[in-house]
Design a protein around this ligand. Structure first.
Ligand code: SAM
Length: 286
């Protein structure tokens, strides 16, 4: 058995999951302790640049498209007319870039608590930040929980919660109070979409999150699994929660005729992700 030398490998040890994941590195690029979290940047040998927040792998150049496309396009193509979008978290700006590919979108507010994440992204993932200066985009640094609590009622079409795991500053993005604020701020037909961890490793958390969304009054939930090579287990998910029954379903025709490029997302992927695997169905129906 080969032991991984810490000077040439970055390893995220996930104690809660009994697993670990390593990427081979050339060098550490930078490290900053912000008031909220420790942000580290590495250059890897095969995955491009790597961002770590509080010891957890967040983004690499090579594979971030799975996550950023799946947290954006299924929700945007499931809303009849997504004009006003809010992203909570998302400081690496990859989700913002995907959302702005949709011509129907008129405004996007991105609220990340930590300016250091965006500072690092601008430096080491410039391609993710290429739409930051789009006139429809507003990039803000504030607590997303407070932003949603203060949001005007019925003012948003889609809320995307692209946050960290439910520890540290991201903890309050998974509870009843936050979901109540989101429900109130959404217009009729609106959708809340949130990264919902690994269905394989974190099912109790996923079920708790879905229950909380339903408890506060969201009408319909869909959890879409997708591959996420650098996160624990390699299987991740997003959960879409609809404000009410006023929705048209997947705009498949529009998705088919999209005039922008994606690496992973297409109509077949979207339809496939709507098919819930049996182990997930069982857990959700308990
Ligand atoms: N998993 C993502 C990926 O692969 O691209 C990266 C997630 S990262 C962008 C999550 C972001 O949530 C971090 O930048 C962190 O600062 C932000 N965050 C955590 N708690 C927050 C809060 N309460 N309000 C706003 N942003 C928050």
């Amino acid at each position: 058995m080969t032991n991984l030398d810490q000077t040439t490998w970055f390893t995220e040890v996930s104690d809660r999951d009994g697993s670990a994941f390593s990427l081979r590195i050339n060098k550490k690029l930078e490290e900053k302790q912000s008031p909220f979290q420790k942000v580290e940047m590495y250059e890897t040998t095969d995955f491009g640049n790597l961002m770590i927040i509080d010891g957890c792998t967040m983004v690499t150049t090579r594979e971030n498209f799975f996550y950023h496309e799946m947290i954006s396009h299924p929700a945007l193509y499931s809303h009849t007319n997504p004009k006003n979008v809010v992203i909570i978290g998302g400081g690496d700006c990859g989700t913002l870039r995907e959302v702005l590919k949709h011509p129907a979108v008129e405004t996007v507010h991105q609220i990340d608590i930590d300016a250091v994440v965006t500072e690092m992204a601008l430096k080491y993932f410039p391609e993710l930040c290429e739409s930051n200066n789009d006139p429809r985009a507003t990039v803000m640094f504030d607590d997303g929980i407070k932003f949603m609590a203060d949001a005007a009622p019925e003012s948003i079409d889609i809320i995307i919660v692209d946050g960290t795991d439910p520890v540290g500053p991201g903890e309050g993005l998974f509870n009843h109070a936050f979901y109540t604020s989101c429900l109130k701020a959404l217009r009729s037909g609106g959708i809340l979409v949130q990264q919902s961890e690994s269905p394989l490793m974190h099912m109790p958390l996923l079920v708790e999150m879905r229950d909380a969304m339903q408890d506060v009054g969201f009408a319909d939930l869909q959890t879409l699994p997708f591959p996420q090579p650098i996160y624990p287990s390699g299987l991740w998910s997003v959960t879409l929660a609809r404000k009410d029954e006023n929705f048209a379903g997947f705009r498949e025709h529009d998705a088919n005729s999209a005039n922008f490029d994606t690496e992973y997302y297409n109509t077949g992927i979207h339809l496939g992700a709507l098919a819930t695997p049996n182990f997930m169905k069982r857990a959700f129906n308990k």
